[in-house]
Write a protein of this length. Structure first.
Length: 176
């Protein structure tokens, strides 16, 4: 099933690095889709998606659906990662999806029996087709190193290393 024109947030779709935050034994690929449109919310509910209302302190209210796919199948085989393509069906780096990107989301749904005996529907994230790609660029960290002057001393003999350290004024420091 295709969910059209979804606003995508928090995409964690790197094939080599599924998110292990919630399940270290079976990490997941995941993303969140959002809408502020009541009609879209109703469509998502009709598709048996788990829609949740969000009322932020700042900004307008919206509805969200969290979609995921486990990286390991029930039979312990590795699951195939999420396919990410653009409008021309060309592969896109999944790490480049920024919040607010728009895309069509393909999910696979199946019915399961709940612990209380009722029935439920699971929606498994399968693929993303980006139609508006906001490229994610990591912000530099506040505690990153800055460039600085550096001196390199090539000393082949350990005894000469101590003499070089004394000459450089760093005597007492271990040179490895």
């Amino acid at each position: 099933m295709i969910i059209p024109n979804c606003e995508i947030w928090f995409a964690k779709l790197d094939p080599k690095r599924p998110n292990a935050k919630f399940n270290k034994l079976n990490p997941t690929w995941e993303c969140q889709i959002r809408t502020t449109d009541k009609e879209v919310k109703k469509q998502w509910e009709a598709m048996n998606l788990a829609v949740k209302p969000i009322l932020p302190d700042d900004g307008a209210p919206y509805w969200r659906v969290n979609l995921r796919k486990k990286s390991i199948k029930v039979d312990t085989e590795a699951a195939s990662p999420i396919k990410v393509v653009n409008g021309k069906l060309e592969d896109v780096d999944p790490n480049s999806i920024g919040n607010g990107s728009i895309g069509n989301i393909r999910v696979f749904q199946y019915e399961y029996t709940k612990k209380d005996g009722g029935k439920g529907i699971v929606s498994v994230l399968m693929a993303v087709q980006l139609i508006k790609h906001i490229v994610y660029k990591a912000k530099p960290r506040g505690d990153e190193f800055e460039t600085t002057d550096m001196e390199t001393i090539d000393v082949p003999d350990p005894d000469e290393a101590e003499a070089a350290a004394e000459a450089a004024g760093t005597s007492g420091l271990k040179v490895f």
